[in-house]
Design a protein around this ligand. Structure first.
Ligand code: MOS
Length: 709
């Protein structure tokens, strides 16, 4: 066993964050700043018959009121994930149509937040209403388009190989089951917020939490007919994103447009309620899995169909079936994604989009099959491991899934597991053990970084790549420290500003795999420039020659190896639950996660990402659910009090171990991402443990107490 431990370095940005010195988007101090407040629709389907803004316009401190009647000018972006991307595709205030409750129908600008909010409440709106489609059972399904549009042939949801009907025939065991997930909210700690500051009609600075600084820069430039260099995006810190801050939303676009018209710096902060409707969510899903297996457990066929929902104003498919052909070997495979339109806000990417709900269904079904065949669920997974990605037709590079399962089973003590449901008890409660697999693709994109060696004996790394709380500051610093031969304290890191070299996207778990190789190249380059073996030699030269600094930029991009290999991270979760059936109370009492993510750059922040993913998965499994009023379409769950998610008291110690080897086919650092894999498989592991504890197979999330009584 090759155990990659990496090192345990404290967060570079930790002190700034806990002392309040880290500046988030809405905290930037700009002279002459004015404040915005959104006006939102109270119906879910129809039109605005009349909108009366007179009282609002006359209210104290009000500077302007924008509605569809006097919408500020915005150009249509290409909106294709390549040049630009916005969610939702309909531009804000485009017309009088209402497509979902909470849709933005206006913006008040005033000299204070309170005055803007007060005036927004004075706006009188009359609607003509149509019955909205809010409930899944009323929706009409069609074949889903590709998640990244027709241009980018990325993960397609629909795939078939072999003949599934043949696979089902003469199978020793068959499983057909339908699994559901609820609508989920990203609920980042930092709300969505923006300050748009036009220095002049051709120069815009946007302070906005974004996971993709260069993407945002391109998008805002297209929206306002500017060159990318005329737009600066400043996003040094994010209080979480989870996918909801990957692309600009209507409020950001509207804020920048209003600020241009008024030629005043304008701040707009969304309330939690507004975020529920206007800044994305994870669609509820319904998935059916059919498995066919031989008596020895080898799979003959896997069929996975998934349904999810999008809004009337954009297309987003929760790509649940994208992972199915990568997971287990089966000669006959069939996957299909369907999509329906409902009168809700546009869903979007949320931590492991597709992989997470997809594995909930697949890993539950695998557990059902294991019980049906009387095979240990770990053995069933070992038996069906696939050496190749069956949709891509490529072998996996540096795959250590087997090790994840074996090491996890050993650490957890899985071999002592009683082979019957309802056979473990403790203190009058039922105890159950469950496990499930984890996976997430290894992605990377082009990235650049600049390194400076300064005469004061420090190094400075600069890139637009950013840190949404994941630990990027820390690993950039430690990578540079290692490459330059410096203590990590001597390395300063600046992130999240489009004036810096393009550091790529903090999404798809790819920031580390994109940025770290670029930082390594930049360090090599700066030492070459200095004609030095390490930073100390370079510092000596600087002092002797009285130069201020050596500087170099390094870039790295995906290589040709992607044509030969499929890159994928792997893992396994093992957990224990206790269930008090009388009151339906469930506790997660033990957790072991073993992950293969290639090279681990910093064991401390990497383990934190896994723990964060597990905690978010516990929320999905047991608590998180955004419900919409079926009649009026308004979310009845809309803030951090009404959206139930785990607290520390709900979470046991989470043991995290990394196994595997550096994936050097993937990039020179051998590193794959770690941001999303932790959440995958968590809800399946919990439901499987609940079955072991109680004998009840629960196929609908969240597993709230009423389902356990
Ligand atoms: Mo992630 S859902 O790609 O931020």
């Amino acid at each position: 066993m090759t155990t990659v431990t990496g090192t345990g370095i404290n967060r570079k940005d930790g002190l700034a964050k806990v002392t309040g010195a880290a500046t988030y988007a809405a905290e930037h101090q700009i002279p002459n700043l004015v404040q915005g407040y959104l006006i939102t629709a109270s119906i879910a389907n129809g039109r605005i018959k009349s909108i009366n803004t007179q009282a609002a316009e006359k209210a104290l401190g009000v500077i302007a009121v924008f509605t569809h009647k006097n919408a500020p000018k915005i150009s249509k972006p290409s909106n294709n994930f390549i040049n630009s991307k916005i969610y939702e595709a309909r531009l804000p205030l485009a017309d009088d149509q209402i497509h979902y409750a909470g849709q933005i129908i206006g913006l008040v600008v005033a000299d204070s937040f309170e005055r803007a909010r007060h005036a927004a409440n004075l706006v009188k709106v009359e609607y003509t209403t149509q019955k909205p489609i809010i409930e899944a059972k009323q929706a009409t399904f069609k074949d889903a388009p590709p998640v990244f549009g027709e241009d980018l042939k990325f993960e397609k949801g629909n795939f078939a190989t072999g003949n599934f009907a043949e696979g089902m025939a003469n199978a020793a065991a068959k499983i057909t089951a339908t699994y559901k997930t609820a609508t989920e909210l990203h609920a980042p700690m930092e709300p969505h917020a923006i300050i748009a500051h036009w220095q002049n009609p051709n120069s815009l600075t946007v302070y906005e939490p974004t996971q993709w600084v260069s993407g945002s820069q391109n998008t805002y430039s297209e929206l306002f007919g500017l060159a990318p260099e005329q737009v600066r995006i400043v996003s040094p810190f994010l209080g979480g994103g989870f996918g909801s801050k990957a692309f600009p939303w209507p409020h950001g676009i509207l804020c920048a447009a209003a600020a241009r018209q008024l030629q005043r710096p304008l701040k707009l902060v969304l309330s939690r309620r507004q975020m529920t409707a206007n800044a994305g969510h994870r669609s509820q899903t319904e998935q059916t899995i059919r498995l066919a297996a031989n008596a020895d457990g080898s799979l003959k066929g896997i069929e996975h169909t998934a349904k999810s929902y999008t809004s009337a104003v954009d297309v987003f498919t929760e790509p649940c079936t994208g992972i199915t052909a990568a997971m287990y070997a089966a000669p006959n495979l069939r996957t299909q994604q369907q999509l329906a339109v409902m009168n809700v806000g546009t869903p979007t990417f949320m931590r492991a989009p597709g992989e997470n709900p997809g594995l909930w269904a697949l890993e539950s079904a695998m557990d059902e099959l294991a019980w049906e065949l009387g095979i240990d669920p770990v053995e069933l997974r070992l038996k069906n491991e696939t050496k190749e990605h069956q949709r891509k037709g490529l072998p996996f590079s540096a795959k250590h899934f087997t090790e994840c399962l074996r090491v996890g089973a050993e650490q957890f003590g899985w071999q002592n597991r009683p082979k019957k449901p309802r056979s473990l008890t403790r203190d009058g409660k039922l105890i159950g053990w469950g496990m499930a697999a984890s996976t997430f693709p290894g992605l990377r994109s082009a990235a650049s970084a600049k390194v400076r060696l300064l005469a004061d004996g420090t190094a400075h790394v600069l890139t637009s790549g950013n840190d949404m709380g994941t630990g990027a500051y820390t690993i950039v610093a430690s990578t540079a420290a290692n490459a330059l031969g410096l203590p990590v304290e001597k390395v300063r890191v600046d992130l999240g500003d489009s004036l810096l070299p393009n550091g790529g996207l903090a999404g798809g778990s790819q920031m580390t795999a994109s940025l770290i190789p670029a930082v390594m190249v930049a360090c090599e380059e700066v030492l070459k420039t200095a004609q030095a073996k390490n930073a100390q030699e370079a510092f000596t030269t600087l002092r002797q020659s009285q130069r201020a600094a050596f500087e170099a930029t390094g870039s790295s991009a995906p290589n040709q190896e992607g044509k030969k290999w499929a890159f994928q991270s792997w893992g396994a979760h093992f957990c224990e639950v206790s269930v008090d059936e009388e009151i339906g109370r469930l506790r997660v009492t033990r957790w072991v996660s073993v992950m293969d993510i290639g090279q681990v750059i910093n064991a401390k922040t990497a383990a934190s990402q896994i723990r964060g993913g597990v905690i978010m998965g516990v929320g999905q499994a047991l608590m998180e659910e955004c419900l919409f009023d079926p009649n009026i379409g308004y979310p009845v769950v809309y803030d951090l009090a009404t959206y139930h998610y785990p607290t520390h008291a709900d979470i046991p110690r989470i043991e995290v171990t990394f196994v595997g080897e550096p994936d050097l086919n993937f990039n020179p650092a051998g590193v794959r991402g770690v941001g999303e894999i932790g959440i995958t498989g968590v809800s399946g592991a919990i439901a499987n443990a609940i079955y072991h504890a109680t004998g009840k197979r629960i196929r609908e999330l969240p597993i709230t107490p009423d389902k356990l009584i």
